[in-house]
Ligand binder design. Structure first.
Ligand SMILES: Cc1cc2nc3c(=O)[nH]c(=O)nc-3n(C[C@H](O)[C@H](O)[C@H](O)COP(=O)(O)OP(=O)(O)OC[C@H]3O[C@@H](n4cnc5c(N)ncnc54)[C@H](O)[C@@H]3O)c2cc1C
Length: 412
């Protein structure tokens, strides 16, 4: 009997077992998933909680609902992988062995990594919406806030869903307008990037949207510390941005056991080949989703496209054959822009987000890099698709690799 062990039962790990269970004969392969949480979180939904758009119940379901029959679920944290002996040590002392290992333990916000971030103001005037508890605390604060300086801040890239802080900012602008208090709120967007986003065309477009909404943009800001007494973020080049509410995206890091196991980079992301997700050191270890060091966006959409490529390749790999497919970094993200509208971006390792239509050329129904109501509905529809089609591993009519069909090549 061969054993496939999957660490992490979040977006990527759940899709992996749902795709592979029907493809791997049960008398040849057993499958185990390890995840201590017991709850599956729809993280894109955290964005709407601070504005009372979603309730916590909308974004949490029991993990076991999504683990198929024929897959064992263990609820203990992983403490260490010992690749030399194909072993995984769990926090409860149990030792598991594997023939093939998939690491899908994601990435976690770590406010403890920046001086003063989780200090005396944490939960009072310093918040993050990157966790469920953080999103709820921020909602409670915003319900009675009477205005002042709101600072939205990114500590360092990469972060999961790199557009989420921009979406939060656009939704905040819209929320304060609807409440008739926008003139009492000064919004500043503070980023370590040199513009609003990572890719030049989208960055220009999104930067223009901040300007239209009278949102200040503070770029190239590398935070040194949060000053809890002065209520300011302070950069290494000694700039200070004061706040009444700070909404920060803390440093994102992979799981600590990755460092302990000697298979990660300085942020605990597993080093893998960017086309196949196979570890650069071990021939029977893969990392999928946010846990890997591939230079794609850390996003559920990327995990979904990556699992399509991985599942196909894995069947060849276990037969000792070359893997036929290579992942291209395909990502697509809806960007809420407030007022019932949104944008969509679709890109990969080599092609930055371009204007056009998606998924059908000329028809859409979604528009790339353009604010439309349809894109907003797409974002809202996504929650249903996530729970009912994506996680259970059903085929969606979206190709894993990016297509240029429907895209307008800017400047040509
Ligand atoms: C606010 C916000 C908005 C977002 N919006 C979008 C969006 O609009 N579109 C989009 O595509 N993506 C979005 N994302 C990103 C998306 O949620 C993640 O990229 C996706 O969930 C990654 O899947 P994953 O399986 O790699 O990690 P996760 O889904 O985070 O799963 C990791 C799992 O590993 C488990 N784990 C961690 N450590 C251990 C350990 N030591 N042992 C065992 N198990 C462990 C965790 O309990 C968790 O269940 C958003 C994220 C946030 C935070």
């Amino acid at each position: 009997m061969n054993h496939l062990l999957v660490l992490g039962g979040g977006t990527a790990g759940t899709m992996v077992v749902n795709r592979l269970r029907p493809l791997l004969p049960r008398d040849e392969w057993s499958i185990t998933v390890v995840d201590p949480r017991g709850e599956h979180h729809y993280q894109p939904g955290y964005l709407f909680i601070p504005f009372d758009g979603y309730e916590p119940d909308d974004v949490v379901k029991p993990t076991e609902h999504f683990i198929p029959e024929g897959v064992e679920l263990l609820t203990s944290p992983v403490d260490k992988v010992v690749p030399e002996s194909n072993e995984v040590h769990l926090g409860d002392g149990k030792v598991l062995t594997y023939d093939q290992l998939v690491i899908a333990t994601g990435t976690t916000p770590r406010p403890d990594q920046t001086e003063g971030m989780d200090g005396s103001e944490w939960g009072k005037s310093v918040f993050t919406f990157y966790t469920l508890d953080g999103a709820i605390a921020l909602r409670d604060k915003l319900r009675t806030w009477e205005g002042g300086r709101l600072v939205v801040h990114i500590t360092e890239m990469p972060i999961k869903c790199p557009v989420a802080p921009l979406e939060f900012t656009f939704l905040a602008d819209s929320f304060f307008k609807e409440r008739g208090m926008r003139d009492r709120v000064e919004i500043t967007y503070v980023t370590p990037l040199d513009g609003a986003f990572t890719k030049p065309i989208a960055s220009k477009h999104l930067g223009g949207m901040l300007e239209e909404r009278k949102i200040e943009l503070e770029t190239d800001f590398y935070i040194e510390r949060v000053d809890n007494e002065q209520k300011a973020v302070v950069s290494f080049d000694e700039r200070e941005v004061p706040f009444d509410i700070l909404v920060t995206i803390p440093l994102n890091m992979g799981a600590d056991f990755v460092a302990k196991s000697g298979i990660g980079d300085e942020l605990n992301y597993v080093r893998v080949d960017q086309g196949t997700f196979l570890s650069t050191k071990f021939d029977n270890i893969f990392a999928i989703g946010d846990a890997s060091d591939i230079p794609a966006s850390k996003a559920g959409s990327v995990a979904h496209f990556a699992v399509d490529v991985f599942a196909e390749n894995f069947l060849h790999h276990i037969r000792g054959e070359e893997m036929p497919m290579r992942f291209d970094g395909h990502a697509n993200c809806f960007i809420e822009s407030g007022g019932g509208k949104g944008l969509l971006i679709d890109f990969n390792y080599d092609t930055e987000p371009l204007p056009g239509k998606y998924p059908l050329p000329a028809v859409g129904p979604f528009s790339l890099l353009e604010e439309t109501e349809m894109n907003h509905f797409g974002k809202l529809m996504f929650k249903w698709i996530y729970w009912n089609a994506l996680l259970p591993g059903r085929d969606l009519p979206l190709p894993a690799l990016m297509s240029m069909a429907g895209k307008e090549e800017v400047g040509k």
